[in-house]
Design a protein around this ligand. Structure first.
Ligand code: KIV
Length: 257
């Protein structure tokens, strides 16, 4: 699973073999430049969802339910999950939380909307957690994360994201729940893995989580390509004759394919 926020990236990630594209509320940080995910709205998730759905040919597309779109009540959660499906073109929704929102998950699933859970470090609770910190350390904390995952399974979640927890705990949860776990900073025992696409591609330079392996350095390539473009424009090397239209060529298409 990889996050995606627009058509072009979704097309490329899908072609690369990602099975699930998540329109994560991480867009608040990597697309909008906020310090947390809290300002993201349902309408913004829907806007990006429509673009990603047009780009996905094969991958399943999941929409993140943003902060305060599902916490208030099961009714509000169901209403907003429905909005994501109708207006965001999603095939399922993802919610952060465990025992406390299990009833909300149950109601959404009962309405025919598949739900992915998310436990451990839940970034929407960043202030309650005292920062973006590893969760489930120590026996009591580990027990709480396990109970959260089990509550989601019982409520009908079809998969559960495990974020920033010790690998042993992730392995225990993966063994104890019957639905697939998807890890991020949770070790290799999870059934699947998820990364923010800008981390995977080496494009987000403001923050570099320990768990986020950069499989490419596209950020450097973007900077280099832009510098080359600027230099060629300044030297009048670009555009060259091959980029110009013929003076008598009526009806020439500007497209190359
Ligand atoms: O918002 C997001 O991108 C996420 C993933 C990191 C799991 O929730």
């Amino acid at each position: 699973m990889v996050t995606a926020y627009d058509f072009t990236m979704a097309r490329l990630l899908d072609e690369g073999g990602a099975d699930i594209l998540l329109v994560g509320d991480s867009l608040g940080m990597v697309v909008q430049g906020h310090p947390t995910t809290l300002p993201v709205t349902v309408d913004e998730i829907c806007y990006h969802g429509r673009a990603v759905a047009r780009g996905a040919r094969r991958a399943h597309v999941v929409g993140d339910m943003p902060f305060m779109s599902f916490q208030v009540s099961a009714e509000k959660a169901l209403e907003n999950a429905g909005k994501l499906m109708k207006e965001g073109s999603f095939e399922s929704v993802k919610l952060e939380g465990g025992v406390d929102i299990a009833e909300h998950v149950f109601r959404i699933v009962a309405a025919g909307i598949p739900v992915m859970g998310h436990v451990g470090l839940t970034p929407q609770s960043v202030h309650a957690m005292g920062g973006f910190k590893v969760q489930g350390k120590g026996e009591d904390a580990a027990e709480r994360v396990l109970r959260d995952a089990q509550a989601l399974e019982e409520a009908g979640a079809y998969a559960i994201v495990l974020e920033a927890i010790p690998p042993d705990l992730a392995a225990t949860i993966t063994a104890q729940v019957s639905v697939p776990t998807i890890g991020i900073g949770a070790g290799a025992a999870c059934d699947g893995q998820v990364l923010v696409c800008y981390d995977l591609l080496g494009m987000f330079r403001e923050l570099s989580p320990k768990f986020a392996k950069r499989f490419a350095e596209i950020g450097d390539q973007i900077v280099e390509a832009t510098a080359a473009y600027v230099a060629e424009v300044q030297e009048r090397e670009f555009p060259g004759p091959e980029h110009a239209f013929k003076p008598n060529g009526d009806g020439q298409s500007i497209r190359t394919h």
